[in-house]
Ligand binder design. Structure first.
Ligand SMILES: Nc1ncnc2c1ncn2[C@@H]1O[C@H](COP(=O)(O)OP(=O)(O)OP(=O)(O)O)[C@@H](O)[C@H]1O
Length: 214
């Protein structure tokens, strides 16, 4: 599979967040997206997940037949999107049903993130790091090649970050693709990088980005 993005621009409300953003990514490759707060990292991820329409530019795919990018993407956003009253296992069963292309069972997916023992606990009882791990376990309930990750390491302790790096490396080794927005190093080798700041209109001007002015 291959994704190529050309001349992408993103507008939110009245603000042009970024423009002229281009990159290409193929199976086995990861792209780390960086940028200051508010630059538009989450917006770019949402755009790739089919949740936001580009203001300009094109997102092209090869090697996924008739499927859309959204249909082959597994998106773990910066909010966990878990239902507090459902157990970790039930949350994952729900995600699996939504995503299709079944891979591991919810319990097996929880084991992958080191949370097998929390399977029967309501998500509302879990710590921030545990909730993040349940959200990341969604990556394993469905066989989707493109992982779109927004701040995947947030709230994770060092051991969980190392485990995440390992599973991401495994996904790449199996021919998957990863696009991750992050402020923290992911511990992945050989990643491509993209700084959104370079595409923010007026970011070099005194006073900051154009969009931040009144
Ligand atoms: N629905 C919306 N309508 C209008 N503006 C929005 C909307 N959602 C986000 N924004 C604005 O878009 C800008 C970019 O937000 P985004 O979350 O993409 O940035 P980010 O680079 O991920 O930031 P951070 O590093 O803080 O997570 C922010 O100024 C935000 O307020």
């Amino acid at each position: 599979m291959r994704i190529s993005v050309e001349g992408l621009a993103c507008r939110r409300g009245e603000r042009l967040l970024f423009r002229d953003l281009s990159f290409a990514l193929a199976s086995g490759e990861a792209l780390v997206v960086t940028g200051r707060n508010g630059a538009g990292k989450s917006s770019l991820i949402a755009m790739l997940a089919g949740r936001l329409t580009p203001a300009a530019g094109e997102i092209r795919t090869e090697g996924i037949g008739e499927a859309t990018l959204a249909e082959v993407a597994n998106h773990v956003g910066h909010k966990e999107g878990l239902k507090a009253s459902l157990t970790a296992e039930e949350n994952l069963a729900f995600a699996g049903a939504m995503l299709g292309r079944p891979r591991l069972s919810p319990r097996e997916a929880l084991a992958r993130v080191g949370l097998a023992r929390a399977a029967d606990l309501p998500a509302g009882y879990l710590s921030a790091g545990q909730r993040r791990r349940v959200a990341l376990a969604r990556l394993f309930v469905s066989r989707r090649p493109l992982w779109l990750l927004d701040e995947p390491t947030s709230a994770l302790d060092a051991a969980s970050q190392a485990r995440l790096a390992e599973v991401m490396q495994g996904h790449l080794a199996e021919g998957g693709l990863i696009i991750a927005a992050t402020h923290a190093p992911l511990g992945l080798e050989g990643t491509k990088t993209l700084s959104i700041d370079a595409h923010v209109p007026g970011v070099d001007m005194p006073g900051g980005a154009e969009g931040e002015r009144a």
